[in-house]
Design a protein around this ligand. Structure first.
Ligand code: 13P
Length: 243
């Protein structure tokens, strides 16, 4: 099971110390949770150094569409992210989709694949899509356009994050989650011939709902925002996930 901490725009250099308990926990971690931290760009290097002799991996939260270098003020390429020692990258998070269409997301995935980074592609419907029964259409479009012309998906993990459940405390019903995750896996199988897909859930995961979420057998892990910035709460979630 993956437990991926998405810190979004949170943390200063001192926050590196808030990894101490998680590092100790990861060493005793009997059920071998795969822990990944995705802090902001400014903290990537210190997080990589802090976790050097552990099995915690570090990832970025986005990258530029262009590989390598270029005249793009403020841009960070996947090459630069790889160079820092990162192993993962989040692409297509709903909080970045206002500036990102599926075409741009596809280019970002391609550049990250060239650097052999593990990609966490976020997809998810808005509340208006859900209310109009359009969830499957949205998921399919985001998947197929985001992964267009990509044949080797072994380094791509999908994070299903319904936009309406991010930061709201509301999570989908067990039935809807099972159905939507199955739909994502079936779509990848049918259209991409990709049978080993890992699908995570993200949106308001916390120590209170983790036990129920763990009952959903087709979930391969979690992408956790707010609750992951507090190490005690993050460890609590991982601990409680052991059934
Ligand atoms: P929250 O866990 O804060 O709802 O955020 C989820 C998320 O967006 C993770 O990428």
């Amino acid at each position: 099971m993956y437990f991926i901490a998405n810190w979004k725009m949170f943390g200063t250099i001192k926050s590196v110390n808030s990894l101490n308990k998680v590092i100790s926990y990861s060493k005793t971690n009997k059920h071998k949770a795969k822990i990944v931290y995705c802090p902001p760009y400014t903290l990537l290097k210190s997080f990589v150094e802090k976790t050097k002799k552990t099995n915690i991996k570090i990832g970025a939260q986005d990258c530029h569409t262009q590989p390598n270098y270029g005249p793009y003020t403020g841009g960070i390429s996947s090459k630069m992210i790889k160079d820092l020692g990162c192993k993962f990258i989040i692409i297509g998070h709903s909080e970045t989709r206002a500036e990102n269409n599926n075409k741009k997301i596809n280019l970002k995935i391609k550049s990250a694949l060239e650097e052999k980074l593990n990609i966490i592609l976020c997809i998810g419907e808005k509340l208006v899509d859900k209310n109009k029964n359009k969830t499957k259409n949205v998921l399919k479009k985001q998947l197929l356009e985001g992964l267009k012309n990509l044949s080797n998906l072994n380094k791509v993990i999908i994070a299903y994050e319904p936009v309406w459940s991010i930061g709201t405390g509301i999570i989908p019903s067990e039935n809807d989650l099972i159905k939507n995750i199955k739909f994502i896996k079936d779509t990848l199988k049918k259209s991409k011939n990709f049978t080993k897909s890992k699908v995570l859930y993200g949106g308001s995961v916390n120590p209170k709902n983790i036990k129920n979420l763990m009952r959903i057998s087709n979930i391969d892990g979690f992408l956790i925002g707010g609750a992951s910035t507090n190490e005690k709460i993050f460890i609590d979630i991982i601990r409680k996930s052991i059934i």
